[in-house]
Write a protein that binds this ligand. Structure first.
Ligand code: GDP
Ligand code: MG
Length: 181
């Protein structure tokens, strides 16, 4: 609707990770679950826009999906350039997607460093938690340490299938140094 012409701040948020971890599903879940009258769903094929209120300020959140390019395990610098935050997603049922996380993080950091920017706030999402796996966490302790060691601001278990507190995840990125646990 007219929201599209809103001149409020625009935040670009990347959603990256291996193929099939649920990136597109997470974006769709987030965009469709609430504020359903406020969003402009898909623009082109690669990103979704959501208009929302953060601390009584209206902002536009542009969620960047990667369609197909995740096969290559890295993105072009242009893709990362304007981002203010990122989610790196893995699938709790597939350990190889967890192993790929550091690769994605390095790709992100190295390409943003080339533009002389600080590393952007990055949150780790352990998706498909509805599958009942605990393979990668030990009451969160291992994951907390992993996040610390690898420069993530925090992590969350998510399920695009059953729905999760996605708003909280998004909020983490606007308060990037906030403690998430
Ligand atoms: P992408 O390649 O990272 O964009 O992954 P998709 O969003 O296309 O999801 C890949 C597959 O995983 C699809 O069959 C989804 O239905 C499924 N999927 C995504 N999220 C979840 C989840 O939270 N739980 C379960 N059980 N399946 C999911
Ligand atoms: Mg996808």
């Amino acid at each position: 609707i007219m929201m599209w012409f809103c001149l409020c701040p625009l935040f670009q948020v990347l959603v990256i990770g291996d193929l099939g971890v649920g990136k597109t599903s997470i974006i769709k879940r987030y965009v469709h679950q609430t504020y359903s009258t406020n969003y402009r769903a898909t623009i082109g094929v690669d990103f979704a826009l959501k208009v929302l209120n953060w601390d009584s300020e209206t902002v536009r959140l542009q969620l960047w999906d990667i369609a197909g390019q995740e096969r290559f395990g890295n993105m072009t610098r242009v893709y990362y350039r304007e981002a203010m935050g990122a989610f790196i997603v893995f699938d709790v049922t597939r350990p190889t997607t967890f192993e790929a996380i550091t690769k994605w993080k390095e790709d992100l950091d190295s390409k943003l460093m080339l533009t002389n920017r600080e590393s952007i706030a990055t949150v780790l999402l352990a998706n498909k938690c509805d599958q009942g796996r605990e393979v990668l966490t030990n009451n969160g302790v291992k994951m907390d340490q992993f996040c610390k060691d690898n420069g993530f601001v925090g992590w969350f278990k998510t399920s695009a299938k059953v729905g999760t507190r996605t708003h909280k995840h998004m909020h983490t990125l606007t308060h990037p140094r906030a403690h998430t646990h």
